[in-house]
Design a protein around this ligand. Sequence first.
Ligand code: ATP
Ligand code: MG
Length: 420
Amino acid sequence: MIQVPRGTQDILPKESYKWQFIEKKLHEIAKNYNYDEIRTPMFESTDLFVRAVGGSTDIVNKEMYTFQDKGDRSLTLRPEGTAPVARSYIENKMQHNVEQPVKLFYVAPMFRYERKQKGRYRQFVQFGVEAIGVEDPLIDVEILSMLMHIYQSFGLKNLKLVINSIGDIDSRTQYNKALVEHFSPRIDEFCHDCQTRIDSNPMRILDCKKDHDHELVKSAPRIYDYLNDESKAYFETVKAKLDELDIKYEVDYNLVRGLDYYTHTAFELMSDAEGFGAITTLCGGGRYNGLLEMIDGPAKTGIGFALSIERLLLALEAEGIDIPENKGIDIYVCTMTDQARDTAGTLLHKLRSRGVSADMDYENRKLKAQMKDADRKKARYTIVLGEDELQSSQAELKEMATGETKKLSFEEIINTLEEL
Ligand code: ATP
Ligand code: MG
């Protein structure tokens, strides 16, 4: 039997209503903050991710679905959304847009070849936002405030926002030097990846999942001490504004995030709900000041975040928050005879074309079974069509919640429901 590919899932109707609810809310909040939707292709030139995400990252090293197409191009299924958005910004010359920053969001599947575990899929859906074109602590704060707004709007409470500043490229260079000095003498005690990272991107040693508890990680120099005055001032402004807005956060000097392109503000949102499981990161993001230039774009800066709907759902589950189920249909038409079934078909056609959601029995079931079916489909009203009803073109419209009935012509039934 052919099965769904490892690390992927079918989202069946008993789950898909949750996705619809979440996606609708995300669209609303994006609108609130005046971010517009962008849709980029599901695959891109492999080169885009290699250059933008960076060769020292897990994404590029281990997780990409890369293939040659029939024209011998190397393509990669999109593993993240920032690089494609940056590519599109450059290609469509959005730096010349009148309104800056350009504020974009996406809701799109991402693909990573990962080890399957709870909250970790090989295809997952990210909601992400990017504000490109202006460097201003106020925008960093807008992004963080939107992030918190999103999670809080679902009623989540066990949230922990962790922030850090990685500083500008200058600060970062100084800091990397200090890290190399710190780790070099004992780098052989670290995992294979970290032994490469010390050359390619030493900061990522702090982010290593394997060597997380090594004493040298704990005693490593703090990025904060290497921030130049400008970077420090930027970070202080972001924090002061967050305080002003009463957005709670913790500073974690070891938070460096996986990607190569981050500068200044970096952040993660964690769930500290009991029973969440091993992976507690709900969302990650940060400012990227070098990214556009890395892919031959203008010297424009940006900031963004990405969250996955899969982990948002886990957080909701962990906090016991239910998502309202879709409402049922407006009317279920029960039938007693073959001729009635025929008339019901015509009636459904009229109802539906007037915007009324309607259904009937297609299995020739007994009336009692049809009523059960109407209940299951959460029908707000029912009618029963038998010989009398066909003769008179009238039926008893029954409101299921109250049991109230009203005798109406078919046309009146359609009108009444359309008005509702
Ligand atoms: P992790 O450390 O968990 O691997 P990451 O640093 O790779 O996360 P990002 O690339 O920052 O994650 O992606 C942003 C968000 O997307 C994460 O915080 C997480 O919520 C979600 N995410 C990342 N990878 C997956 C996945 N394989 N399945 C589901 N959600 C994911
Ligand atoms: Mg990852």
